[in-house]
Design a protein around this ligand. Structure first.
Ligand code: ZN
Length: 272
């Protein structure tokens, strides 16, 4: 069927080809893309071009945003969407602002007794509803390995969460996914993490204790682990891994396990 969208996409892709050697350099810096099939790799590459045409990247002083940097960011932004089809999942923002390093921003929190607290917080990223995504470039550069940390995926998970309202830890689920299963899996893992931290604030938790802040952070942090340390997540909270696998429609644990079986570098380095 003739489609204007399809024609525009093909024209955009034809006008902005990604040179092979540039893509190879970006791939080298992003181990979390290892193990993608050739077809997935090509799809991701195309999605990066469309993403960079669609969004404005604003770099503040101190951020050198060359073609390789732009692709490095785009590939991490597009990995979560790789199997989600053509829906415009990042419709909630037009701009990504890149700070050179962590930044201070005013924070507000209303506690259970209704008292509002305000303080200045140091942040490496922010995603405001109806606003841009803000990322500290230093944090972006530290992302991309299988280490349970990915600033880009974290902030963009908040944007997916906000597609159906506040960042409350539940993005719009696909048909066939059960809200109750999602909620049960997330809530019991969230409660477990909070129980450990209540008992000992310095407890060595399996995943970053920041996930215990609120359900929105739990979804963002576990999304980071889903793409960058699925073995840790699946071991600690298998039901959360399953729900995220159903949502993102990817089997990152299967991809990592295959790499660990086939690739000596991965045999030497496992998270669990
Ligand atoms: Zn967050």
């Amino acid at each position: 069927m003739w489609s204007l969208g399809g024609w525009l996409k093909r024209r955009t892709l034809a006008r902005h080809p990604v040179p092979d050697e540039l893509w190879a350099r970006v791939r080298q810096r992003l181990p979390i893309l290892d193990g993608l099939s050739a077809e997935e790799d090509q799809r991701l590459r195309d999605c990066c071009v469309l993403f960079l045409q669609d969004k404005t990247l604003t770099a503040l002083d101190g951020v050198n945003l060359d073609d390789e940097s732009r692709l490095f960011l785009a590939a991490q932004a597009q990995l979560p969407l790789l199997a989600l089809g053509d829906l415009n999942w990042y419709q909630g923002f037009h701009e990504i602002v890149l700070y050179p390093d962590d930044f201070i921003s005013p924070q507000k929190h209303r506690d259970a007794s209704g008292i509002e607290h305000e303080w200045d917080g140091e942040h490496s990223g922010e995603a405001w509803s109806q606003g841009p995504v803000i990322l500290a470039w230093a944090g972006v550069l530290s992302s991309g390995g299988w280490e349970g940390y990915n600033l880009v995926i974290h902030e963009l998970a908040h944007k997916l969460d906000m597609l159906n309202g506040d960042a409350n830890g539940m993005p719009p689920l696909h048909q066939g996914m059960a809200v109750k299963q999602w909620t049960d899996a997330m809530q019991s893992a969230f409660d477990d993490l909070n129980r450990q931290l209540d008992a000992d604030p310095d407890a060595e938790t399996a995943i970053d204790p920041y996930a215990a802040e609120d359900p929105g952070e739990f979804f963002a942090v576990t999304s980071e682990y889903f793409f960058s340390a699925p073995d840790v997540l699946a071991q600690a909270y298998p039901a959360v891994y399953q729900q995220l696998s159903a949502f993102y429609r990817q089997d990152t644990l299967g991809r990592l396990t295959a790499l660990q079986q086939q690739n000596p570098v991965y045999q030497a380095h496992t998270n669990v």
